[in-house]
Design a protein around this ligand. Sequence first.
Ligand SMILES: [Zn+2]
Length: 316
Amino acid sequence: MSAEGERPLALRGPDFVPLFADAAHVTRFAPSPTGYLHLGHAYAARFAFEAARLSGGRFLLRLEDLDPGRCRPEFAAAILEDLRWLGLFWDGSVVRQSQRSALYRRALARLRALGVLYPCFCTRERVREEIARMGEAPHGPAGELLYPGTCRDLPEAERRARIARGEPHAWRLDVARAGERTGPLAWYDVRAGWVEARPELLGDVVLARKDAPASYHLAVVVDDAAQGVTLVTRGEDLFHATHVHRLLQALLGLPVPIWYHHNLVGDAQGRRMAKRNGALSLRHLRARGIAPEAIWRMLGLGAASPEIRCPGASPS
Ligand SMILES: [Zn+2]
């Protein structure tokens, strides 16, 4: 085992598993099988696992495999194997989003009935042109360009005609109308405290496309509710997505969890870890003879303690 392999990685500030007097957290780890798990995933999974185990709750596993172009069965199989290797055993069966289209379609129909969705016929080029024409484009919290609202006020007759013609379209959330329906909302993040919901920061997000029954935002909200997740743990890069998720929960009448947006693991240079950092994939490290305990040390964590094993898992 090389010393280099065990170098601690960059984490900004400590994360603490939240424990409350009478809350057994139901958490989940929800990776996309578009590549192999890396150290950042190991950190996220371990955090969700411990929050569940230490509070006497449940740790669930969900594969976010809605993108048939990028998801592959061999990556899905590798995720399960890597988690078992790490000792992060999950409760119940694995939920796969690709098998839940009916659930998302129902949610989408409900939102459409509320009058808070509209069809968007824009291609990517069309959005770019519109933004260029506007001169000053609206930006999201991460500096990303926001949808300029081109299709928001199309006449109803035109919408119907274009859909009837079979023109490809996505469904977008009319954030302003949705907000009028729900009134002000807030959500609770364990690190940040109470946060006023500001879904307008992300603009009119897409909730479904012709080739995808649900976008990330819709699928996450529907599944977390269906799986009874009470504590949503995920990286702080998704902090602002929560504004939209809280709005969708209010519109769909779903239970509201609490959130913990944890640190992101950086590579040795402090850059955010991505699936393209193959050298930091758990597979690669394991092939080099690095044990799970060393993985935890690299992440600045102690070994997973035996008393927080899944009750169903066989003792080693
Ligand atoms: Zn549009």
